[in-house]
Design a protein around this ligand. Structure first.
Ligand SMILES: Nc1ncnc2c1ncn2[C@@H]1O[C@H](COP(=O)(O)OP(=O)(O)O)[C@@H](O)[C@H]1O
Ligand SMILES: [Mg+2]
Length: 248
């Protein structure tokens, strides 16, 4: 687990100054293992918290999850996505754009190095919002945030010890910019659903899942084999919002 302390004097989207607060960025089940101060860079956070997750997926075939936890205004979205929702690519890119930049560079390199085995990667993205005990697909209807926002909640089932939201769209992605367009589409769907609901986005969890499939041909008989690892990158609801709900 890593803890990040954001600078004291930052303003929210409405220009109001926010109090100093912490964000916890969690990326392992191990002990608390890093602290990032107010002047820490986005790159430092990615190097410690994100790159080892990618290493696990690509080099060891493991699935992984990273989530940002903290009160509203503590810097969860800033840390996970970056300034302006990741739309202006720069040093303020959060973990998600930095991780996908690395992902696609590494995938292209691995495919070139193992061309003889016809190695191919397919990356599918889904983006789901969880609000109280319901889950909503944020990508279902490309091009129409309003239509996506009106979709009914997904069917949540327990499957082999995992909780699965059935029916969420899975969209193939092959570049960071394509993924960031999906993230922006999801943010728009979230904002549209939020109309009339107080502080909606800070009360819900946003779960971006990348299913990374590796396909290759077995040398002995030419059979196509495949293995999938999942990466879940989660911007959790604000902690104080959850406390308020629990008291009621
Ligand atoms: N480490 C940081 N450095 C600079 N600005 C930050 C940092 N963390 C958060 N901010 C700014 O603080 C404000 C609130 O952050 P945000 O990520 O939206 O919080 P949360 O998602 O936890 O509610 C935003 O304007 C964001 O850009
Ligand atoms: Mg946020």
């Amino acid at each position: 687990m890593a803890v990040r302390v954001r600078p004291c004097h930052v303003r929210d989207a409405k220009g109001r100054e926010l109090e100093g607060r912490m964000t916890a960025l969690v990326n392992s089940s191990g002990p608390f293992n890093a602290v990032f101060g107010p002047s820490s860079s986005q790159h430092a956070v990615y190097s410690v918290c994100g790159s080892q997750l990618l290493h696990g997926v690509l080099d060891e075939g493991l699935s992984g999850c990273m989530f940002a936890f903290g009160s509203t205004g503590s810097g969860k979205t800033h840390s996970m996505i970056g300034a302006s929702g990741g739309q202006s690519r720069d040093v303020l890119d959060g973990v998600i754009p930095q991780l996908t930049d690395d992902l696609f560079i590494r995938v292209n390199r691995l495919e070139a190095d193992a061309a003889a085995q016809s190695l191919r990667f397919v990356v599918m993205a889904s983006f789901v919002e969880v609000l109280e005990d319901r889950a909503f697909d944020l990508l279902g209807n490309p091009g129409s945030g309003a239509a996506t926002a009106r979709k009914p909640s997904l069917d949540i089932r327990s499957l082999g010890g995992r909780i699965v939201a059935y029916g969420a769209a899975e969209v193939p992605v092959s570049s960071t910019s394509a993924l960031l367009r999906l993230v922006a589409q999801g943010a728009q769907a979230r904002a549209t659903r939020a109309t009339g609901v107080h502080d909606h986005s800070s009360r819900s969890h946003a779960i971006l899942t990348l299913a990374i499939e590796r396909r290759w041909k077995r040398a002995t008989d030419g059979a196509t084999l495949s293995r999938v690892a999942q990466l879940q990158l989660v911007d959790l609801a604000g902690v104080s919002a959850l406390c308020v709900k629990n008291r009621s």
